[in-house]
Ligand binder design. Structure first.
Ligand code: CP3
Length: 346
């Protein structure tokens, strides 16, 4: 039985399902080894066999309930024709765009062809999970939310203050809307194709939703994701969608209600009691152990994990981190976390 999928459909299996954001990655020696062989992150992500192998690594080691396909949210700008590079140790770099003509130069000419390796990796991973008898594992596809993708496209990479993208959203809302519409449409197509390739569930990461004020949150975080959810549901009404508007604070319940996601993931900064009272009655929720606690391990990990379970596990709940796993995390701490969650009895 797939406990993660069941939980997303509103049922409650006997133990809490668990998976971790960035569960495949540099904290695993087997990942670092393959990455060195392949030469880089993008080379690995766009090689279906390598991407499948890396997706399987944490499942083989720890047996999580979910396997998230190894890829990146920045495949969207790349497939729409913007350049993308991962300089070693520096994070993503894109040639920033800012003008109408730069936005209008983006398009679908090579979109399906460039994304094909991602779809192939999903199909291959689905087969591999079955071949290795991981029948309990749910396969997750994912994409970035339009707002977060737009931040990378306009800032040209990560940002501390999001000043360029925010200025554009305020000063040229019509032009910014044009960009958001393009990303929204491309993301709907991308996620629907991931489901066709074999994803059981899809997740939409809005990592930088927390920098938007209330009106902008509605315009750029809620509305586009609502459209994506509608597009998915019109073709696949039974495939669950997880939304993660990281840092949304008081806006979490409104996001869950208005976008129509089946599950809302939440970060580590927010009160568990508040989430239990205000978000969990609306939908299944997923969160929120601070990745630093996982890195710390020991007694601290045990107490915090049990506290989350005590407060959340009585209603549909998926155990996860509040953000991606830190690359210095000892793999034994992940094994310890698995044990605590799986042995927990309410
Ligand atoms: O969760 C998983 O195991 C699946 C794979 C996955 C990656 N990125 C692989 C990756 C997922 C779901 C993502 C999502 C992603 N990518 C987000 C949203 C989630 C979040 O963290 O907020 C964002 C904002 C990105 C953009 C991105 N990709 C950044 C900022 C970086 C550099 C930061 C870093 O950790 O180096 C990446 C690179 C990246 N994506 C790596 C991995 C494993 C590291 C690449 C490497 O050097 O091996």
């Amino acid at each position: 039985m797939k406990d993660l999928l069941e939980t997303l459909k509103g049922n409650q299996p006997s133990s809490t399902p668990l998976w971790l954001m960035r569960q495949a990655g540099r904290y695993l020696p087997e990942y670092r080894e393959l990455r060195a062989q392949k030469g880089g992150f993008l080379e690995m992500a766009f090689d279906p066999k390598a991407a499948c192998e890396v997706t399987m690594q944490p499942i083989r080691r720890f047996g999580m309930d979910g396997a998230i396909i190894f890829s990146d949210i920045l495949t969207i700008p790349y497939a729409l024709g913007q350049g993308l590079e991962f300089a070693k140790g520096e994070g993503p770099k894109l040639p920033p765009i800012s003008t109408k003509s730069e936005i209008e130069a983006l398009g679908y000419d090579q979109f399906d062809q460039k994304m094909q390796p991602v779809y192939d990796a999903i199909t291959l991973t689905k087969q591999q999970l079955a071949a290795e008898n991981f029948d309990h594992v749910t396969l997750l596809g994912f994409a970035g939310a339009p707002w977060t993708i737009a931040t990378y496209m306009i800032e040209g990479g990560g940002s501390k203050d999001y000043i360029n993208v925010k200025t554009m959203a305020y000063a040229q809302p019509d032009l910014f809307q044009e960009l958001i519409n393009l990303i929204t449409e491309a993301t709907s197509r991308y996620l629907i194709n991931q489901i066709k390739a074999g994803a059981d569930v899809v997740k939409i990461f809005d990592s930088w939703a927390g920098v938007l004020d209330e009106d902008q949150f509605k315009k750029w975080a809620i509305n586009p994701v609502k459209q994506i959810v509608q597009a998915i549901k019109s073709e696949f009404p039974d495939v669950p969608v997880i939304g993660f508007p990281r840092g949304a604070g008081l806006n979490y319940p409104r996001y869950a209600q208005e976008t129509g996601v089946d599950c809302c993931a939440f970060d580590s900064m927010i009160s568990l009691d508040w989430i239990a009272e205000n978000l969990q009655p609306i939908c299944c929720v997923q969160g929120n152990l601070d990745p630093a606690i996982l890195r710390a391990g020991g007694e601290c990990l045990e107490q915090n994990t049990k506290n989350i379970l005590k407060k959340m596990a009585a209603k549909p709940f998926i155990f996860n981190l509040g953000h991606g796993i830190n690359k210095e995390t000892p793999p034994e701490h992940v094994a310890q976390l698995m044990r605590i969650v799986k042995e927990y009895k309410p």
